[in-house]
Design a protein around this ligand. Structure first.
Ligand code: NDP
Length: 283
């Protein structure tokens, strides 16, 4: 039976460490790490995420600023606000909550953010630095996965790692992070033939497909570490991951639950990036 990786507790510990580091920065240089979040429209899930980010900032002693814009806001207005924030010395991190309404091109807003303030790690500069093995800001969810493995002292080097999902947000950056930690990495997607045969090779199996409980127990290698990034809301509101937890836990050595696994790590890593940006800005 697998031991459960408690992402909530790890995220809390990371946030507590950041609160202490922020206090040190404030004491030494009079600077509080500042995060600006832009939310366009009224997507309910996005509202929840933005609220969570604000609360985390407040608890860690960070400055947080929110821009809640109507759904019909033109792209030019969002770009104007980003321009202002790029020039604002009290703001060290800028995040545009995705998804944005159709009149706004996500790549245009991401590319407008000063890469030094791109604490989501999605700007092509940051994606490129990760690719070249010299990362600057790393994407939050995949770095949360690495942090969980590290905090539980789960070795990565030399391991056979399989990721289900190849998005720019999760699967692809995570593949580069695991590769830089010397795992042997396979990335699966919808055209992968015989997915189970590939996932059964994994000593570290990461599910990031956005398909409720698609990873069944028989797709998990005996003793594997199973990391479930998926967040799927079933009818009735229940949240489940991409892994059938009850089946997988009988074969895995370690497993993350949903909720309470990778999810809480994303905000913790966002704060970590913002703190780092503030520290760099302070020299
Ligand atoms: P995307 O929809 O952008 O990407 C999903 C990926 O999974 C694609 O590469 C797709 O393949 C692949 N995929 C989908 N179905 C299958 C299948 N049946 N077999 C094999 N591969 C499949 O999703 P994201 O990467 O943005 O998110 C993935 C999940 O993680 C979602 O549930 C999301 O809610 C969650 N998430 C959680 C976060 C957190 O904080 N914990 C943060 C971000 C995301 P193809 O490329 O061929 O289409």
């Amino acid at each position: 039976m697998a031991a459960v990786i408690d992402g909530k507790a790890v995220a809390q510990a990371v946030r507590e460490e950041l609160r202490e580091k922020a206090a040190v920065l404030k004491e030494a240089k009079g600077i509080a790490p500042g995060l600006a979040v832009i939310l366009v429209g009224d997507d309910p899930a996005s509202q929840v995420y933005v609220r969570g980010k604000r609360k985390a900032c407040d608890e860690a002693g960070f400055l947080s600023r929110e821009y809640r814009l109507p759904a019909e806001t033109p792209e030019a207005e969002v770009l104007r606000i980003i321009g202002e924030l790029n020039a604002d010395p009290v703001i060290h991190g800028i995040l545009v909550q995705m998804p944005v309404p159709p009149q706004i091109r996500p790549e245009a807003v991401v590319e407008a953010i000063d890469p030094r303030k791109d604490v989501d790690g999605l700007h092509p500069f940051n994606a490129g630095r990760l690719f070249s093995g010299d990362p600057f800001h790393k994407a939050c969810t995949p770095s949360g996965v690495i942090e969980l493995l590290d905090r539980y002292r789960i070795p990565i080097e030399g391991k056979e790692a399989v990721i289900v999902g190849r998005s720019n947000l999760v699967g692809k950056p995570l593949s580069l992070m695991l590769l830089s930690r010397h795992a042997t990495v396979t990335v699966c997607h919808t055209r992968t033939r015989d997915l189970g045969a590939v996932t059964r090779r994994a000593e570290i199996l990461v599910a990031a497909a956005g398909k409720a409980e698609m990873v069944r127990g028989d797709m998990v290698r005996e003793g594997a570490v199973v990391i479930d990034v998926g967040i799927n809301r079933l009818g009735g509101g229940k949240l489940v991951g991409d892994v059938a937890f009850n089946e997988a836990e009988t074969r895995a050595s370690w497993i993350t639950p949903v909720p309470g696994g990778v999810g809480p790590m994303t905000i913790a890593m966002l704060l970590a990036n913002t703190w780092r940006a503030a520290e760099r800005a302070a020299g």
